[in-house]
Design a protein around this ligand. Structure first.
Ligand SMILES: Cc1cc2nc3c(=O)[nH]c(=O)nc-3n(C[C@H](O)[C@H](O)[C@H](O)COP(=O)(O)OP(=O)(O)OC[C@H]3O[C@@H](n4cnc5c(N)ncnc54)[C@H](O)[C@@H]3O)c2cc1C
Length: 424
């Protein structure tokens, strides 16, 4: 029966099937163009020569490696998704994913600072700012002359972000806004123990009830604006210790009206657009952690001998390695597939940007955990790096949206749009 059906349909389907085969044979999902291949090669060389040698030292010292960060500007990575006319490299979401996977395979904390700068500030502004704002602010952040970050979370508000308390009151003549409040957990909020980062996109309430999307606006705030201060530099984090995290305080900060991004009350659209790429590249960071952990455990299991055999001989060790590989490849395929279809200038991929982060956050932590298990005592100390990767991996279940927020969003969005599932 199956044979007959296949035969009878064959003449109608064959031309299209032929085209599909030609497409899939020539396409590398993870490096779809020659530019992506070159980008990955360049990053691998840079990571090996410059990122890897400093990762353990900066993690231990809880210090941000500013000189190394500035080199990312020389390589064109800080404005990776920004048009060339503003100093960027004009690449796409796949390129952003490659950069985060490669940097994170060595130093996730350094990569987190890169993410906050290149995605949360630079890409956010590039997609949501007006022409004058792009011309004024983008060149210095693309070159690395200025370090950027983004403030959404507050001391009392994280997941429930629309309940933010920071306010921006418009002056009577409309020439400026006055910001009051505080932002918490801001990556690149500080660049040293005492120094603020340089440029920030800050979400604040301009009007309306707490919890109302129409009352939230986005502002460009610079170090040096009077009343803008470093509250506290947050020390002793579980992981991501070489990335600076800080509280930012706003006391009657005067922000010129031309620094309003995306129109008054328009910040939720800016937030949605940027959260999609943020979650995608956070998932890519988990891929980097998983790939490195897999490499370490696989090599170790070949070399270390117990009971007269390499560890790789034992079924329980094989399970750690094989399941890690399969889960890494599943996550990697999901991430690069979503990246290939993600449009940076619009929102509309929320289910899958939540989906990749939900899957990969957990996967990265699990694979790092298995690597520690395969290495035994050697996994529990710094030499093989997997304990650092394991600590760093935990953040990816919290930052940029907790696992529980992804459960909530995905279930709500699929419930609202059941067609999405029928179309799969
Ligand atoms: C190292 C680091 C860097 C960060 N960088 C930045 C940054 O650059 N910019 C920025 O704006 N923020 C940043 N954050 C903040 C981060 O995004 C928040 O920590 C995160 O969104 C969670 O918010 P919260 O910590 O306030 O937790 P809460 O929102 O208080 O959540 C606590 C727990 O309650 C759960 N919960 C809350 N609501 C629900 C619900 N409805 N249903 C079920 N469970 C729920 C959560 O999932 C979580 O498990 C960073 C955080 C860290 C730790």
């Amino acid at each position: 029966m199956l044979g007959r059906l296949t035969t009878s349909l064959a003449p109608r389907l064959s031309p299209r099937l032929g085209a599909c085969r030609a497409f899939s044979a020539g396409t590398d999902l993870f490096n779809p163009t020659e530019e992506h291949v070159q980008l990955r090669d360049m990053l691998r060389s840079f990571v090996e020569a410059e990122v890897e040698p400093q990762a353990t030292e900066y993690n231990r010292a809880e210090k941000f490696n500013m000189p190394l960060f500035k080199k990312l500007g020389d390589l064109g990575l800080l404005g990776i998704t920004v048009p060339e006319e503003y100093g960027g490299s004009g690449m796409d979401a796949v390129a952003a994913v490659i950069a985060h996977e490669e940097l994170s395979s060595s130093d996730p904390a350094f990569c987190l600072s890169y993410l906050a700068h290149s995605m949360l500030f630079v890409n956010n502004l590039a997609q949501n700012g007006n022409e004058a704002q792009l011309q004024k602010y983008l060149p210095d952040v693309c070159s690395g002359a200025c370090i950027g970050g983004m403030g959404m979370s507050e001391p009392g508000v994280g997941t429930d972000v629309l309940s933010m308390k920071t306010t921006a009151a418009k002056s009577a003549d409309g020439s400026h806004y006055v910001l009051n409040g505080a932002k918490m957990w801001i990556t690149n909020g500080a660049v040293s123990d005492t120094e603020l980062g340089d440029r920030f996109l800050i979400y604040a309430r301009t009007e309306g009830e707490t919890g109302s999307p129409s009352g939230v606006s986005l502002f460009l705030v610079e170090k040096g604006f009077e009343g803008f201060k470093l509250g506290q530099k947050i020390m002793d984090k579980c992981g991501m210790r070489a990335s600076m995290t800080a509280e930012l305080v706003f006391e009657d900060v005067v922000v010129p009206a031309e620094n309003l991004v995306g129109g008054e009350g328009g910040a939720v659209m800016c937030m949605m657009r940027n959260l999609e790429i943020e979650r995608l590249v956070l998932a890519a960071m988990s891929l980097g952690i998983a790939r490195r952990s897999l490499l370490v455990m696989s090599e170790y299991a070949q070399e270390r001998v117990a009971f007269g055999h390499p560890l790789a001989h034992f079924g329980q060790m094989q399970r750690h390695i094989s399941e890690s590989y399969a889960e890494y490849m599943a996550g990697r395929s999901y991430v690069y597939n979503v990246a290939a279809n993600l449009k940076l200038d619009s929102a509309g991929n929320r289910v899958d940007s939540d989906g990749v982060k939900l899957f990969c956050g957990d996967m990265g932590k699990r694979v790092a955990d298995r690597a520690m298990q395969v290495l035994g005592g050697n996994g529990y100390v710094g030499e093989y790096n997997v304990e650092r990767l394991w600590r760093d991996a935990k953040l990816l279940e919290i930052g940029g949206g907790t696992n529980e927020s992804h459960h909530k969003n995905i279930t709500r969005d699929l419930g609202k749009n059941p067609e999405q599932l029928r179309r799969l």
